[in-house]
Structures are given as structure tokens and as C-alpha cells.
Design a protein around this ligand. Structure first.
Ligand code: COA
Length: 335
């Protein structure tokens, strides 16, 4: 008789994030756009956002965040690098091999995942698949975006929202019952509504904000319910929901529909803005550093983005070691 062999779980064992040091307050945008601090704060929840200097690339942000995640995982050894980004540095090649090379990984699988603001959850699912299949035992998953490059300079609807940053996690092969083991991932897309948020070739971002808002709330609620149910939890068991940070009103509406109070919703958009694929790992890094996320908390990650795309997963929060030697970079700082 042979014993049944189950696929290894993907276990979160490292976390890091970086933000560009330059904070741009709403007041600074008012000098360039027909808007007010009050409009931006009440309609989006954003007070300031971090904008990278023009010379800073997505690979710069990604490599800095990845270095801190590897450090916190206790090892620089990974077998694949999966980078979620909407702002690759080139049309080709992908940005992930450049990130890997910056980390000294010149013999490692590396590729980009494009699912806009859901990119990090898609990348987690992809990385977990590599681990389940036995293709890789340790995978670096990075979400990095320079979203501030996409709006037109005079677009008051999109410019206040989008910003820059990067976050990363390390997943390792492990046991489904360990804290840190990713639960089932739910992913979805609906390309019939791709018109709601689009950047045409060579052009600037167009957004149909109110429609997108409604889809974001509906999809994040339904995908969160599915991921929580597949984890074998009830919504009332969830200690923290870490949503993609698109608009504080979207997060609040999701909380209202799911009957999850503000104390269980992780929010950082006020000082960071919408950082695309970086938003969830950035929120995780901040919440982990400030004690909002605690060992053994039941955590649900949920995202929505252009595409349309959406996705969610669950994790029992692991006992992560803070990185022993803070990563310093003149162009970046830790959140
Ligand atoms: N300052 C002042 N007025 C502004 C403005 C700004 N920065 N941006 C838009 N307005 C105006 C509009 O022109 C409109 O004026 P009108 O009534 O004279 O036409 C009015 O404010 C209301 O605009 P509307 O788009 O209906 O506002 P809203 O309450 O829906 O808020 C968003 C706009 C973009 C903040 C909101 O729709 C949103 O966050 N949508 C989702 C965005 C999102 O999730 N994007 C990323 C997906 S990952």
C-alpha cells in the first residue's frame, strides 16, 4: 500500500516593502490641477502619496522591496521570482529577470504577471502553483508599480489616486497546517468591462470612476466570501482583511457589506495612495510592523483591478522575523 502524498503548501516566510521618500500632499496637486484637498480627502481618503523620482525604475523599487523580504526570510536562496507589475520598465524583456539579477540571481526563473491591481494575488497564486507542483521550493513574489506614470498630467480624476511603491514576500514549501500556509486562492476576470480603466498604447489612463467603484465593491465582497468559505472560516472568524487600496470609500463599503468593522480592515491609503500591485504587500508590511497583524491572526487578502480582474486568498499570519539589518537605499525608505 502506498501512502497518499499531498502537494506541499506555499508558506509565507518573508516580507518587505519600500516607498519612495518623496511625499506629495494634496495641496501640492492643487497647484497643478483644478481640485481641492477637501475633495480628494473626502472622495478618496488620500491625504498624500509617495511619488518616485523620474530616474527610479520599477526594477529599482522591486529589487529594494525584494531585498528586505529575502532578509526577513533568513535566506537569499530562491528558485523563482514572480513580479506583478503594470509598469514594466520595457515592453520586452520582462522586468523580473532584471530584479533577479540585481539580487545576484542570474540562474533563476523570473517572469512578470500582469493583472493590474489584482496582480499581487495572481502572482501569489502562480508562485503557490510552482511550489505545489514541485517546480520550486522557495519563490520570491514582488508587487511593484510606478502607477504615477500612467495618468495625464492634467487629469484631476486619476492623478490624485495613483502612486508608487513596492512590496514582496517569500513563499517556501511547507505544510498546510503551518501558520503562513496560503489557503485556496480565488481568481476571476471580466474582459467585457476593460473599458472602465485603460491605458491605450502610447496614451494616458482613462477611468470611468463611478462604474469602477461599483464593480470593485461587488467583486471584492464576493471574492472575499468565496476565499473565506474555501478556507473553512466564517466571515466573523476573520481577524483582518487586507484589501487592495483603491479608495478608502471602496474599502469602507466592502467592510459594510461584509459586516467587517473598521478595526478589522487594514487601511493605508491615506498616506500612500493607490500603488497598484504593490498595495497589498505594502499594507501587509506596514500592518505587520505596527502590530495590526499578529501571529495567528486569520487574514484575508482581497483585490480588484482593471481588466477587470479580482482575487482573494487567506492565511493564518506567521511569526515573521523582522529583517535583521534594515535595508538602506538613498532612493527608497521602508514604510
Ligand atoms: N477634484 C474636484 N472635482 C473632481 C475631481 C477632483 N480631483 N475629480 C473628479 N471631479 C469631479 C467630476 O468632474 C464630477 O464633476 P461633475 O459632477 O461636474 O461632472 C464630480 O467631481 C463627481 O465625479 P465622480 O467621478 O462622480 O466622483 P466620485 O465620487 O465617483 O469619485 C473617484 C471619483 C474616481 C474618486 C471614484 O469614482 C473612485 O474611486 N472610483 C474607483 C477608482 C478605482 O478603484 N480605481 C482603481 C481600480 S484598482
Amino acid at each position: 500500500m502506498t501512502s497518499a502524498r499531498t502537494a506541499p503548501a506555499a508558506v509565507l516566510c518573508g516580507l518587505g516593502a519600500v516607498l519612495p521618500p518623496r511625499a506629495v500632499a494634496n495641496e501640492a496637486l492643487c497647484a497643478e490641477l483644478d481640485t481641492t484637498d477637501q475633495w480628494i480627502r473626502t472622495r478618496t481618503g488620500i491625504r498624500e502619496r509617495r511619488i518616485a523620482d523620474p530616474s527610479v525604475s520599477t526594477a529599482d523599487l522591486a529589487a529594494a522591496a525584494a531585498a528586505t523580504a529575502l532578509e526577513s526570510s533568513g535566506s537569499r536562496d530562491v528558485h523563482a521570482v514572480v513580479l506583478a507589475t503594470t509598469t514594466p520598465d520595457h515592453l520586452m524583456p520582462a522586468t523580473a529577470p532584471a530584479v533577479a539579477a540585481r539580487l545576484g540571481l542570474t540562474d533563476t526563473a523570473a517572469f512578470d504577471v500582469a493583472a493590474v491591481c489584482t496582480g499581487f494575488v495572481y502572482a501569489l497564486a502562480t508562485a503557490a502553483g510552482l511550489i505545489h507542483a514541485g517546480t520550486a521550493r522557495r519563490v520570491l513574489v514582488v508587487g511593484a508599480d510606478r502607477m504615477s506614470r500612467l495618468p495625464a498630467a492634467d487629469d484631476r480624476t486619476t492623478r490624485p489616486l495613483f502612486a508608487d511603491g513596492a512590496g514582496a514576500v517569500v513563499l517556501r514549501s511547507g505544510d498546510t497546517n503551518e501558520p503562513g500556509a496560503l489557503g485556496p486562492v480565488v481568481l476571476g476576470s471580466d474582459g467585457t468591462r476593460r473599458d472602465l480603466l485603460v491605458v491605450p498604447h502610447g496614451g494616458h489612463m482613462h477611468m470611468q470612476g463611478p462604474d469602477l467603484f461599483r464593480h470593485a465593491v461587488d467583486r471584492m465582497c464576493s471574492v472575499t466570501r468565496q476565499a473565506v468559505q474555501l478556507a473553512g472560516w466564517r466571515l466573523e472568524d476573520v481577524d483582518r482583511i487586507v484589501p487592495h487600496q483603491a479608495n478608502a470609500r471602496i474599502t469602507a463599503a466592502v467592510g459594510r457589506h461584509l459586516a467587517i468593522g473598521a478595526d478589522r480592515l487594514v487601511q493605508h491609503i491615506e498616506t500612500v495612495g493607490n500603488t497598484g500591485a504593490a498595495s497589498i504587500p505594502l499594507a501587509l508590511a506596514q500592518a505587520s510592523a505596527d502590530g495590526t497583524l499578529l501571529h495567528r491572526h486569520r487574514v484575508c487578502l482581497t483585490a480588484f483591478g482593471a481588466g477587470l480582474t479580482w482575487g482573494a486568498t487567506s492565511v493564518i499570519w506567521p511569526d515573521l522575523k523582522p529583517a535583521a539589518h534594515p535595508h538602506h537605499d538613498t532612493a527608497m525608505e521602508r514604510p
